[in-house]
Design a protein around this ligand. Sequence first.
Ligand SMILES: [Zn+2]
Length: 177
Amino acid sequence: MRRLLPVLLLLSLAITGLVVAWPKLQVVAALWRLSRMPAPSSLPVPVEGVRARDIADTWGGPRSGGRRHQGTDIFAPRGTAVRSATAGVIARQGDFGIGGRHVWVIGPGGERHYYAHLDDWAPDLRPWQVVRPGDLLGFVGNTGNARGTPPHLHYGIYAGDGAINPYPRLHDAKSAH
Ligand SMILES: [Zn+2]
C-alpha cells in the first residue's frame, strides 16, 4: 500500500491535469483540423432568412477616408440572427472601431471570417469557442461606423494575402435553423 500511494498520487495529478487542459486541447485540435481543411468555395448566407439573390455585390465600393469596401453588406431587420457560415473557432470579440460590435472566426483553410456591426453577440459566445456551421454568433445591428444606416451585417473574409470578396461564394442557407 505504501508503494502504491505515490503511484495513485501521480495518477490523480495526471488525470486532474488532463481534465484542466482538456478544453484547450480541444481548441488546438479544432484549429489543426480547420487548417487542414480546404477553404470553402461555397458558403451559406450568414444572416437568417436572407436569400443570396437579395444581396448586392458592394465589393470595392468607395468608403470614407479613401477606403474601399472589403466585404459584403447583408441587410436585415435589427436583431435578425447571424450564424457562422463555416466551422471555426471564435478568435476575437470586440466593440470598437468601424466594425462596432464584431467577431472574428478562424475558419477552414486559414481564412478568417469577420462579422461586424452586430447589435449584440450570442449570449454565451466567448473567445476560443469551437463553432459549427449555423451556430448563432449574434444579431444584426448598425454599430460602429454603420450607425445611422439601416441595420446590416458586414461580412468579410480574409486570407493570408488580404481580403477576399465573399459575395460570389454565397448561396441560400438551408432552413435547418
Ligand atoms: Zn460593409
